[in-house]
Design a protein. Structure first.
Length: 169
């Protein structure tokens, strides 16, 4: 069951359980949550159950409502939200039963040794970056081949020149 914890200067902490679809907050006794403080209007605000959670609505109060320090007319409340009616502060605590749904049942997976495992047929690249396509530049390849051939011819010429006997004058 959801609750509102209010901090009153003279009394201290007071806990109100939100048990109805609409819970009124105000200074008079006809409100479900009665806050006897001059900054709180006669009918200040109301909690309205909507979609499994509570919405806090201002009922045209003089000093307004604030949720987490920000003025609001309607506010969907979340766990731990700080609410303020005039100068009186409180904390909204949701229903303990409203916990997240349980996890689905676990499926047992049989371990496969790494040497026996295979890449799935639909496996793509796990990298978020696209692979660069290999580009072949024929001009660079031809220039490199010509340079290599020229170097080879020079080496052969040097070897032949050194191996021939030159006449001495």
């Amino acid at each position: 069951m959801s609750k509102l914890v209010i901090f009153l200067p003279d009394v201290g902490e007071v806990v109100y359980e939100l048990t109805e679809a609409k819970v009124s907050v105000g200074r008079t006794d006809d409100n479900a949550i009665h806050i006897n403080d001059p900054s709180v209007s006669v009918h200040h605000a109301e909690f309205v159950l909507m979609g499994g959670g509570y919405v806090l609505r201002d009922l045209g109060s003089t000093n307004g409502i604030r949720v987490n320090g920000k003025p609001a007319n309607d506010a969907k409340l979340c766990p731990g939200d700080r609410v303020r009616f005039g100068s009186v502060e409180g904390v909204f605590e949701p229903d303990a039963k409203a916990s997240p749904p349980p996890l689905p049942p676990r499926e047992d997976a049989l371990p496969v040794p790494a040497g026996q495992s295979q890449r799935p047929s639909d496996f793509g690249n796990s990298s978020p970056f696209a692979r660069k396509a290999a580009k072949t530049d024929t001009v660079k390849t031809a220039a490199l081949a010509a340079g290599g051939l020229a170097l080879f011819v020079c080496l052969v010429a040097i070897v032949l020149a050194l191996s021939l006997k030159m006449p001495v004058f």
